[in-house]
Design a binder for this molecule. Structure first.
Ligand SMILES: Nc1ncnc2c1ncn2[C@@H]1O[C@H](COP(=O)(O)OP(=O)(O)O)[C@@H](O)[C@H]1O
Ligand SMILES: [Mg+2]
Length: 296
């Protein structure tokens, strides 16, 4: 599907599993059990959502990932779509729909509320009818579902109410019509997301800044990726002592900053930029220092 053909607010529609979606899930460094919990929650609803509607406490199919920017929420959600598609492949394919709240038309005359309503009542049910499983990512949902009790009165409060109501009504109508659809919402600000939206979540998972051990693991994974292209870098990728030493200089780094550190190290000297195989431990240590100095 070309970009023009996508419905308002939708920025991607993918058929999964697909090989080129494999990377993210494995590359994420998260506490033990996190991926299993996410995957189980998604599989339960994707596979048995229809039957579970008979329960008094039926699921909403909503998973919320919350945490500071750069802690892997978007990547985890994308990885989850592929991981659950792989696990359920024997029962049929999965459609992965990416929604970007910032891609809705601007708020003129309630245009965006109507677009949100259409997304939930027309677009998503139509997409969900195509394949047995459907995962929807609503990235940075706070842009849609602003907490009404604290919404600033500078942003037109009536519009805020309308947009949030559209999301709530949309979630409920989607659940009623498509109880087997999993919707993963991410947010940088839990406090900004409406209580009524949160109370519908089957699982709220917090992503945290990585600790030293996690930072070392992310460094290792980034260096291993580099070593696939420049095998001379294999010794750096396996030097756990070095990873720990660099990680020691990365306190308060989020995962994105750790990945960027490796890129900055490659761009630290013209010789290395030209020939990444020449990357040395000192380049990584220097990049960590520089990254530390950039922290807010
Ligand atoms: N815990 C983590 N383990 C591995 N990589 C991470 C982790 N957290 C963030 N990253 C990397 O940082 C980058 C940004 O992550 P992203 O998913 O966009 O974060 P968010 O959506 O929370 O802002 C990605 O390249 C991701 O792989
Ligand atoms: Mg994100």
């Amino acid at each position: 599907m070309t970009a023009q053909a996508l419905p308002p607010g939708v920025v991607g529609i993918h058929a999964l599993p697909a090989d080129h979606h494999d990377g993210p899930w494995d590359s994420m460094v998260v506490p033990d059990g996190t991926k299993e919990r996410l995957l189980s929650q998604a599989m339960l609803v994707l596979r048995h959502g229809h039957r579970l509607t008979a329960l008094s406490g039926a699921p909403h199919g909503l998973i919320v990932l919350v945490g500071p920017p750069g802690t892997g929420k978007t990547t985890l959600a994308q990885g989850l779509a592929q991981a659950s598609a792989l696990a359920l492949a024997p029962h049929g394919a999965t459609t992965f729909v990416e929604v970007d709240p910032h891609a809705f038309p601007s708020d003129l005359l309630g245009e965006s509320q109507r677009a949100v309503a259409r997304l939930f009542t027309d677009t998503l049910p139509e997409l969900a009818a195509r394949r047995p499983h459907t995962v929807v990512l609503v990235d940075e949902i706070e842009a849609l579902a602003v907490r009404r009790s604290t919404a600033s009165f500078e942003t037109n409060p009536v519009d805020v109410h309308r947009a949030t109501d559209a999301v709530l009504m949309g979630l409920d109508s989607l659940r009623a019509r498509c109880p087997h659809v999993v919707l993963v919402a991410t947010t940088n600000f839990l406090a900004a997301v409406d209580e009524a939206v949160l109370s519908r979540a089957d699982l709220v998972l917090r992503t945290e800044l990585p600790d030293e051990a996690a930072i070392a693991a992310i460094l290792r994974s980034s260096l291993e990726e580099l070593a696939e292209h420049w095998p001379e870098l294999r010794p750096l990728a396996t030097d756990t002592e070095l990873h720990a030493k660099v990680a020691g200089r990365c306190s308060k780094f989020d995962g994105r900053r750790v990945r960027k550190l490796v890129l900055s190290a490659l761009a630290g000297r013209p010789e290395v930029a030209l020939q990444p195989a020449q990357l040395r431990a000192e380049d990584l240590l220097a990049a960590a220092e520089a990254g530390q100095a950039e922290l807010p």
